[in-house]
Write a protein that binds this ligand. Structure first.
Ligand code: ADP
Length: 189
């Protein structure tokens, strides 16, 4: 099963993907987590990405694609994966399509979690207080939502055209949202 989780920052992609990876026995691949790992290890990529991430902007397409390609080549991703945080613009959507065609692993479903922006601002403010992620600072979150609306939201229309997009209401109890996602994945399988 090859799934993309799609939605605004703070829409719950990471949380839901972490729950579902054990259900499906496939890895949760978050480009945000991978990038934060590079920053923490002070790799060359991490040094290039750090300031861009803290400002809430997108890291360059080439760097993220190379990182993703390496990750998808690992053995645990052979049976499938849950991709979270990629693609984030139309260039990345095209690049992903080409990459997955090349490795013979086309996507099964793109799940978009819909959460209103005022609820997102609240969630990120809470995460900022709990985890101190610099890009969860309320000012930066506003900027990330603008980046999402301008660059990432058009990706939904792209997958709507390919017939792979399923929209899920991301508001409510965590378990209810998980149940909605499971139902969508089952009907796509
Ligand atoms: P959230 O799920 O809250 O949006 P992420 O952990 O997915 O946060 O991403 C954090 C940051 O990592 C982004 O704001 C961006 O700077 C960088 N990033 C993650 N994925 C990508 C990507 N596909 N392309 C470019 N930058 C990315």
């Amino acid at each position: 099963m090859r799934i993309v989780f799609f939605g605004a920052p703070g829409s719950g992609k990471g949380t839901q993907a972490a729950i579902l990876k054990s259900t499906f026995g496939i890895p949760h691949i978050s480009t945000g987590d991978l990038l934060r790992g590079h920053v923490a290890r002070c790799t060359e990529l991490g040094r290039k990405a750090k300031a861009v991430m803290e400002a809430g902007q997108l890291v360059s397409d080439d760097l993220v694609l190379g990182m993703l390609e390496d990750r998808l080549a690992e053995a645990d991703a052979k049976p499938g994966f849950i991709l979270d945080g990629y693609p984030r613009n139309l260039v990345q959507a095209d690049a992903l399509g080409a990459l997955l065609a090349r490795i013979g692993q086309p996507l099964d479903i793109v799940i978009k979690l819909n959460v209103p922006h005022d609820a997102i601002l609240e969630r990120c403010a809470k995460r900022f207080a709990e985890q101190g992620r610099k890009d969860d600072d309320p000012e930066v979150v506003r900027g990330r939502l603008a980046v999402y609306s301008e660059q990432t939201a058009p990706v939904a229309a792209y997958y709507s055209r390919t017939g792979q997009l399923v929209e899920i209401d991301g508001v409510g109890e965590l378990a209810s949202v998980t149940a909605r996602i499971l139902a969508a994945v089952e009907s796509a399988a």
